[in-house]
Design a protein around this ligand. Structure first.
Ligand code: GAL
Length: 758
């Protein structure tokens, strides 16, 4: 296969736009300027600021490469000039008040509108308080969210003209300036009182039948909102309307209203649902839209199919547990030909257990059969130094339960891991994150679990009994990030405790170690605590997968493997938004080519299904297409796949994302290559991953909010010759790919193809 990734991409891109009938909001995201120092003339709307420096709101001025402000604490002024159309007042339902939303400003602030003082530290200035408000001396000012609301007929406002906002800022220390990303101006209107919540309840899908609940809340004391609610489902590709309904509804003053609807739609294509509430006598509707879930993964055959990795690593004499992952009807029977001495098979559940003393590669044949047929697969048990030869697949408690994790919650997720069938695809780790540790060690210094985990050995027996593995969490510092006990100066004791509990995985999170090592530029100091724990784990008789979590400091991907880690976080914490996925996932190109069997960059856990970081969960805020992108990218990256959702609450869509054996095979490919980003232009990114069979997996990603049609010359992604091209999500071959490929990519969506030379 040709590997010259010459970027002569012939990409022809078209967009289909979707209307967004939002309310009249003027964005003040762009157009700000800044000047260091303090001068009352800067408030004057006539002041000539053409020589001032352009600055973005949303980040402290120290971080914006403006020489004079890199290390600056003190006074500076922001200014912006914008046009304020009469229409926003005319179109407004109430028409009474204007709000200027500036967000957080670090530290104290004094805002002028058209030369007149408007407010100080979020207190609106009017005749009554004009002389009593002080600018400086408020130590909490950095935390105030500035939102000035003034009567629409206030004389400071110039309707239908240019307006100037000037902000005098004093930064007492640390970061300074406007730190919220999206300042706006709008009328105080329906949106301030009425909320339409389409996110809190998920789509319930049964075959092609969708049910969904939406919630309205009206905080206005007196005003009912009545009108027509239209719900419309339409295909992203061609706009074809799949479903449309309209109904009159009323949301009473100070009231709530829930609206349940259901419809049928072929669920194999990307489509969006629009919610349009046209309130009587309002000039614009309340509007939201969502990318609806649709299922691409074909149902698994009823006959046995052995999924999962082709290799498994274990150290000589250490206990092995491997559950043969097989989809298909139960009951199933398992057999293995060529098992090395010391390993036994549970032929009903497909569990391999035991230990092998002698180093070497033991290639065996896995056999699974049910009443419909049989499947066989060659599988190598590599007894040697290296473990976790393919990226770990499993679950971690943090993104769902946060510090509220408990024994019961781990058990219910483990049970669901099995009952949902995920275990049949190689998902195996059940990792407890922060929040399990007791307040004090024993007199002899031993770490204990807290009341939420009454018996760790019983929990690990339960998890292992299901054929799964148990992971735990600690910090090299005295305290974890959640304020629980860490392992500082107790590393060996803790490693032994975990081995006694039969733990299989350790996530070791920097947290309070920053107090011990404040210098993040000293690589040896960054490595030190991890070397100590590595040596401690080596003194136990268990294979404990070692996961470093220090957010990528000191380019950890350059040295994580050298200190004996299996995986290392390369970024800060992920959250369930497109922006987070974009920064964390698509930022991985910087760490390329360090992945090898048993050594993985870790772009953090997954954000699918019901997540929450605490006791209250919500369905992920990613659209269906963003979820396809998330799974595709993590598989292309050979990233650890650690689910972060409540497994006992998964719908068919989430399960379909996690049980596509052709997609997972990319992640578990024994070469463990991390995909390269070979093209990035005009909101299209292309990532390619070499696979052990010589084929190339190619992810075509659309970062745009609109559908994009692209046409790509194969030569441009290093392919010259004839190929079998397979759509991995749909598990179907694509005919007629000659010199170029044409694709339609959904908003924030992906097409994941495999090119095998004929
Ligand atoms: C963070 C870490 C998270 C989670 C959390 C627990 O530092 O990045 O993944 O482990 O600590 O407190």
């Amino acid at each position: 296969m040709k590997k010259q990734f010459l970027l002569l991409l012939a990409v022809i891109i078209t967009a289909c736009s979707s209307p967004d009938p939002g309310s009249d909001i003027i964005s003040l995201k762009e157009g700000w300027k800044i000047q260091k120092g303090d001068n009352p003339e800067y408030a004057d709307p006539q002041y000539n600021d053409t020589k001032w420096t352009v600055i973005e709101p949303g980040r402290p001025w120290e971080t914006q490469n403006i020489n004079s402000l890199v290390e600056y604490d003190g006074y500076a002024w922001y200014r912006i000039t914008f046009f304020l159309p009469e229409d926003i007042r005319k179109n407004s339902y109430f028409g009474e008040e204007l709000q200027i939303t500036l967000g957080k400003i670090d530290d104290t602030e004094q805002t002028y509108l058209n030369g007149e003082l408007l407010g100080i530290n979020n207190t609106l200035i009017d005749e009554a308080n004009r002389d009593s408000i002080i600018f400086e001396g408020d130590p909490k000012a950095y935390s105030y969210f500035r939102n000035y609301i003034l009567p629409a007929n206030d004389e400071r406002i110039k309707w239908g003209e240019k307006n100037v906002i000037a902000i005098r800022v004093h930064d007492h220390g640390g970061g300074g300036g406007m730190v919220s990303p999206s300042p706006t101006i709008s009328m105080v209107d329906i949106k301030e009182y009425l909320s339409m919540d389409v996110e809190s309840d998920p789509f319930e899908i049964m075959g092609a039948h969708y049910t969904k609940n939406i919630r309205f809340k009206n905080d206005h004391e007196k005003q009912d909102f009545a009108g027509l609610l239209t719900i419309k489902a339409s295909r992203y590709t061609d706009g074809k309307v799949l479903y449309e309904t309209s109904e009159r509804i009323m949301v009473k003053a100070n009231g709530r209203y829930e609206h349940l609807f259901s419809f049928s739609s072929p669920n194999s294509e990307s489509f969006k649902i629009e919610y349009i509430f046209t309130i009587d006598e309002a000039d614009y509707p309340v509007y939201k839209f969502q990318g609806a879930p649709y299922i691409l993964t074909p149902p698994a055959p009823e006959e046995p199919r052995i999924n999962g990795a082709d290799v498994f690593g274990v150290r000589p004499g250490h206990p092995l547990l491997y559950t043969i992952p097989v989809s298909g009807n139960r009951p199933m029977t398992f057999a293995v030909e060529g098992l090395p001495d010391g390993i036994t098979l549970d032929s009903i559940n497909g569990f391999l257990r035991g230990s092998v003393k002698q180093e070497g590669d033991y290639t065996v044949t896995l056999i699974a059969s049910n009443n419909l047929g049989e499947d066989k697969k060659s599988f190598t048990i590599k007894v040697g130094d290296a473990i976790q030869l393919t990226p770990p697949m499993g679950w971690n408690s943090w993104n769902c339960w946060g510090l509220s994790v408990s024994d019961e919650k781990v058990r219910s997720s483990a049970k669901a891991m099995v009952e949902s069938g995920l275990v049949n695809y190689g998902w195996s780790f059940m990792n407890i994150d922060d929040g399990w540790e007791a307040e004090k060690r024993t007199g002899s210094g031993e770490l204990l679990s807290n009341d939420k985990f009454p018996d760790m050995n019983a929990l690990s027996d339960y998890i292992h009994g299901l054929g799964l593995k148990l992971g735990i969490y600690s910090s090299p510092g005295p305290l974890t990030c959640g304020g629980y006990l860490g392992s500082y100066q107790h590393e060996l004791k803790d490693a032994r405790t975990w081995a006694r509990w039969e733990i299989d995985y350790l996530k070791h999170d920097w947290c309070s170690y920053r107090l011990i090592c404040p210098d993040h530029d000293d690589i040896e100091e960054l490595q030190k605590p991890y070397r100590i724990m590595r040596a401690s784990l080596d003194k136990t008789d268990r294979d404990i997968v070692y996961s470093l979590c220090q957010y990528g400091m000191g380019n950890v991907s350059e040295w994580g493997a050298d200190i004996g880690a299996n995986l290392w976080r390369t970024t800060g914490d992920i959250v369930d938004t497109w922006e987070s996925l974009l920064t964390i996932g698509f930022g991985q190109y910087e760490n390329t080519s360090h992945n090898k069997p048993g050594q993985f960059n870790d772009p953090d856990m997954m954000i699918l299904g019901w997540v929450g970081w605490g006791p209250n969960l919500h369905p992920t805020r990613l659209t269906a297409d963003e979820q396809y992108t998330h799974v595709s990218l993590w598989c292309l990256l050979s990233a650890p796949l650690l689910l972060g959702n409540d497994l006992s609450k998964m719908d068919d869509f989430t399960i379909s994302l996690l049980t596509n054996h052709e997609i997972l095979a990319l992640n578990q490919d024994p070469l463990c290559k991390q995909a390269d980003r070979v093209y990035v232009k005009d909101d299209i990114q292309i990532w390619t991953k070499e696979l052990s069979d010589g084929s190339l997996a190619v992810g075509f990603f659309n970062m745009d909010n609109e559908v994009r049609a692209i046409q790509i010359a194969l030569e441009a992604i290093g392919l010259g010759g004839e190929y079998l091209v397979r759509d991995l999500w749909r598990q179907s071959d694509i005919d007629e790919v000659k010199e170029e490929i044409e694709l339609r990519l959904m908003p924030h969506g992906v097409s994941l193809l495999k090119f095998t030379e004929l």
